[in-house]
Design a protein around this ligand. Structure first.
Ligand code: ATP
Length: 326
């Protein structure tokens, strides 16, 4: 048996559907490998404050289908400081926790990397964020579910848009990344998509809307990522309304509903795979890495690499929206 006997697990940053499935997998894989598992509540802040409880197999029963995170999530300003991280390391030593699994996004991994560097604690990360904006993995836990939720909502909006010949601007989550917006736009047959990664060309947008939308006999949908540089759905809708006062324009901001709900089968299976792989990696003396999935294979990505690099939108998918709205 390896030297790791106690593994802690925490969720950090924004919550994402499938985090519970990942917690369950980490706890059960730890037990499978002869270790004890400890749940750390409220992310890094809970770690600093010692909000820790041993988790046995039955503690993670009946959670695989639940959204949110049973361990709660929080943002911690204190953990951003070396002093805060020293407190965290002391708490881990008090509990004799030898290694950590951190489920979160790039901010969480930046913090984890610091903890590894400063206190030599083995940490492995699992990508859990609805935004899918992590380099080194094709998909993050929660992204598939969030896109499915957005699609379901837009499908419903399309029904009412069509009944009234309205043009809808639907804002989806994605402060810095347009992955949710792009996939939702393709899957709902939207007229156009606006994402933070691409400067919005208003002339181009007007062209696509004017071609597809007629307030007398047709409807239209434009998907806008919340971080779009033109200022989000309300701002862009206002600009279009100024140019076309005859248009019947509505805005719908989907908001936090995209974070909640039961995870899709894809997210449940991915979370289960990555949870088990994270414990395997720790048993194999690995640290400072994120587990990801690339071309259906589990991959190990150094924290450094995933933090430094930006994942780009697939340009072919971007051009699909354009081609399919001829
Ligand atoms: P999401 O993508 O859902 O926002 P995230 O992991 O990027 O998830 P953040 O709020 O950026 O979410 O980070 C979560 C926590 O990680 C922070 O509250 C903070 O405690 C820690 N953290 C973030 N950035 C750093 C940093 N530069 N140094 C140390 N710790 C950090």
């Amino acid at each position: 048996m390896g030297k790791i006997k106690r593994i802690g697990v925490l969720t950090s940053g924004g919550d994402a559907p499938g985090m519970n499935a990942a917690i369950r997998a980490v706890v059960r894989a730890a037990i499978f490998n002869g270790c004890e598992a400890y749940g750390i509540y409220d992310g890094y802040q809970g770690l600093i404050e010692g909000e820790i409880k041993r988790l046995r197999s039955h503690d993670v029963s009946n959670i695989i289908q639940r959204g949110g995170t049973i361990l709660k999530s929080a943002r911690s300003v204190e953990f951003r400081t070396p002093e805060g991280r020293t407190k965290a390391a002391c708490v881990l030593a008090d509990y004799q926790i030898d290694a950590l699994v951190v489920i979160g996004g790039d901010g969480s991994f930046t913090g984890a990397k610091c903890l590894v560097q400063e206190h030599d604690i083995p940490i492995v990360g699992i990508p859990g964020t609805i935004d899918n904006d992590l380099y080194g993995t094709d998909s993050t836990i929660g992204y598939d579910t969030a896109v499915n939720t957005a699609i379901e909502a837009v499908d419903k909006i399309k029904d009412t848009a069509s009944a009234h010949n309205r043009l809808f601007f639907v804002e989806v989550m994605g402060r810095d990344a347009g992955f949710i917006a792009l996939r939702t736009a393709i899957a709902t047959g939207a007229e156009a998509v606006l994402v933070p990664e691409v400067e919005t060309d208003l002339t181009d947008l007007y062209h696509f809307i004017e071609k597809d939308y007629n307030p007398k006999n047709s409807s239209g949908i434009v998907i806008v990522a919340e971080g779009d540089k033109s200022g989000g759905a309300y701002s862009i809708a206002e600009k279009v309304a100024q140019k076309h006062p005859d248009y019947d324009i509505r805005v719908s901001v989907l908001g936090h509903m995209q974070r909640g709900g039961s995870p899709s089968q894809f997210d449940r299976v991915l979370a289960s795979q990555l949870g088990v792989a994270a414990v395997d990696a720790l048993m194999d003396d690995q640290k400072s890495i994120m587990l990801g999935i690339m071309n259906k294979e589990i991959v190990h990505v150094p924290f450094n690499k995933t933090i430094k690099h930006t994942k780009n939108l697939n340009p072919e998918l971007l051009s699909l929206v354009r081609i399919l709205s001829v």
